[in-house]
Design a protein around this ligand. Sequence first.
Ligand SMILES: CC(C)(COP(=O)(O)OP(=O)(O)OC[C@H]1O[C@@H](n2cnc3c(N)ncnc32)[C@H](O)[C@@H]1OP(=O)(O)O)[C@@H](O)C(=O)NCCC(=O)NCCS
Ligand SMILES: [Zn+2]
Length: 256
Amino acid sequence: MTVDSAPLAPTVWWARTSDADSRLLHLLDEGELARNARFRQQADRDRHLLGRSLARLALADLAGCPPEKVTFDLRCRSCEDKERTGARGGDAEPHGKPHPSGPAQGLEISVSHSGDWVGLAVSEGVPVGIDVEGVSAARDVEGLADYTLAEAERRAWLLLPAEERVSAFFGYWARKEALLKATGLGLSGGLRRVAVSPPHTPARLLSWEGGGGPDAAWLSDLDRGADYRSALAVLTDRPVEVVVRSPRDTAALLGS
Ligand SMILES: CC(C)(COP(=O)(O)OP(=O)(O)OC[C@H]1O[C@@H](n2cnc3c(N)ncnc32)[C@H](O)[C@@H]1OP(=O)(O)O)[C@@H](O)C(=O)NCCC(=O)NCCS
Ligand SMILES: [Zn+2]
């Protein structure tokens, strides 16, 4: 087997929001601490703290350096694309996808949080995107579907039994957002432009309207139980074998 056809093995870590502990705050840099303090809700502070802590600890382990040496450059591809075409000046506060820098440069990560869960995906040299969404019947999914699902997705979604629609909607959303996060475009890339395969079929990117999509993308659902939908995107044409770390590994990484 040549190196290029060897499977990639991105790692996924899951922490529970309740794993957050103020002892982790020393892992955040000044900017992250300031951002953390700006969240109004404790649960949002906990999810942000866990996302950054998990990322720093997992990257430090891979790079063989102390966690405080791991730094992140924030890059938003939507804003970079606009700046390149002169449509927008580069005056916004740094935001967007965190790219590891310092000793962890070359590793790629993605973070997602929702409700009880904080997810981290890590890969070597290949962009990854993770998304987790809480299935919420309280949301107006019919209305959301109109402007988030691509035409073919919406048609397939409406054919589903009514009782499946809410969770299927969040399944679509997670698959699409995982792809948008892998590219660094984020939601500004346009959920409707990205069309993925229907529920009950293997996750797959079908089309990316208007260009700007990745040359290759591998996509899979991740299991977070019936109350959540989650997906992982890896921008590669190579085979992928995801390694999901155990709760015990996560506890050991967080020192809890
Ligand atoms: C950022 C975004 C992708 C997050 O989606 P979400 O479902 O609300 O939240 P998730 O928990 O799944 O993901 C949050 C994480 O995504 C990461 N992220 C932020 N921007 C990203 C981007 N452009 N691409 C990939 N990942 C991004 C961050 O790590 C963030 O975690 P943090 O805030 O703890 O650092 C989405 O809200 C978005 O694109 N927002 C941008 C809209 C906007 O403000 N546009 C104007 C400037 S472009
Ligand atoms: Zn931006």
